[in-house]
Ligand binder design. Structure first.
Ligand code: DAK
Length: 291
């Protein structure tokens, strides 16, 4: 099983790798104790988490979430990582929360033990997270993908919030994030009927930044390309960019623009602003200090 490699340098570089090898395996990894995920750093500055519970279509059990959050935390704290990619398999990004684990819970089990509280950890990260979705992304799987900062999917990906069929409703932000993207009427139809929608529709309605032809390999390559590009920029500017876009979800346009301006002004206190603008004027490539 692949594992999280938190060393500051890849074992092999892209240029040293044989041309015939897929880019994904050009960086090696060390051993790991994860049982439900795979972790790797396939590109410079990029941390990859692959949900890996094939027998349960990557259903998100509590144990799986503990591992996802543990890997996210390590990447968040690793100064060599600039962007994170979260993916699954051809068949499933994740078919939802683990229904068999949830089924016997009572109200007090769920409430007192704060069941599924760790789900929102991803939304507290400052580094950008890209979802690469193929196959099923249902219920909590759809919600997890929507929590990511950028959502890429295959055209044939199968999204949905089928909780209504289980006698419940979305519990990890589905009703809010789907409505923000699709508008009330479409989101209401999806949530109240439990009807699924395709990756093509996700792109059409603005839920996904891009829908790719092919399967997980193709969407993952696209996500890694974007993550590598983001990771090549100043971490200071990337974190600031993510922060101001997210603020637009909470603030009106006027307050949001004022907030953006404050952050924009503050970046003139960073070294990387000086480096970036000087490099432009001198027609050089900027060497970011991330400070
Ligand atoms: N949980 C547990 N096991 C699952 C699963 C799931 N969500 N989805 C699939 N599996 C298991 C199946 O039970 C089966 O296991 P075995 O019977 O082989 O042991 C195996 O994966 C293969 O599944 P199928 O045989 O069903 O495969 P098919 O290709 O025929 O069908 C399917 C694929 C995705 C259409 C079907 O498996 C399906 O309908 N799955 C359930 C999808 C679903 O309803 N998802 C929503 C779950 S509810 C919260 C946060 C989150 C949530 C709630 C609260 N808070 C923060 C408060 C989230 C709730 C949900 O996600």
């Amino acid at each position: 099983m692949a594992s999280l490699r938190l060393l500051s340098r890849p074992v092999a570089t892209i240029s040293a790798a044989p041309r015939s090898l897929p880019r994904l395996i050009r960086f090696q990894s060390t051993s790991s104790s994860y049982e439900n995920i795979l972790v790797d750093t396939p590109r410079p500055g990029v941390g990859l988490i692959t949900i890996n519970r094939p027998k349960a279509l990557n259903a998100l059990s509590s144990a799986t979430f503990v591992e996802i959050n543990g890997a996210l935390k390590k990447y968040e704290e690793d100064k060599d990582i600039g962007a994170i990619v979260l993916t699954g398999s051809d068949k499933a990004f994740a078919a939802g929360a683990d229904i068999k684990e949830m089924a016997p819970l009572t109200f007090s089990d769920a409430y007192v033990n704060n069941f599924i509280a760790p789900w929102s950890y991803l939304t507290t990260l400052r580094k950008p997270v890209i979802a690469a979705v193929s196959g099923h992304a249902l219920g909590g799987g759809c919600e997890l993908a929507m929590m990511c900062d950028i959502l890429y999917c295959t055209k044939k990906a199968n999204f949905g919030q089928p909780e209504i069929k289980l006698g419940t409703i979305p519990g990890a932000g589905g009703s809010q994030r789907l409505t923000a993207a699709f508008g009330k009427s479409k989101a209401m139809e999806i949530i109240l009927t439990g009807n699924n929608f395709s990756g093509e529709d996700a792109e059409k309605y603005g839920l996904a930044a891009k829908a790719f032809d092919g399967g997980n390999k193709e969407v993952l390559e696209g996500a890694l390309d974007t993550a590598e590009k983001i990771a090549s920029y100043s971490r200071v500017a990337v974190i600031a960019g993510k922060e101001v876009v997210n603020k637009s979800q909470d603030l009106g346009v006027r307050e949001g623009v004022e907030y953006e301006r404050r952050i924009f002004h503050s970046l003139f206190g960073s070294q990387d602003q000086k480096i970036g603008m000087k490099a432009f004027a001198e027609k050089k490539k900027p060497e970011w200090t991330n400070s």
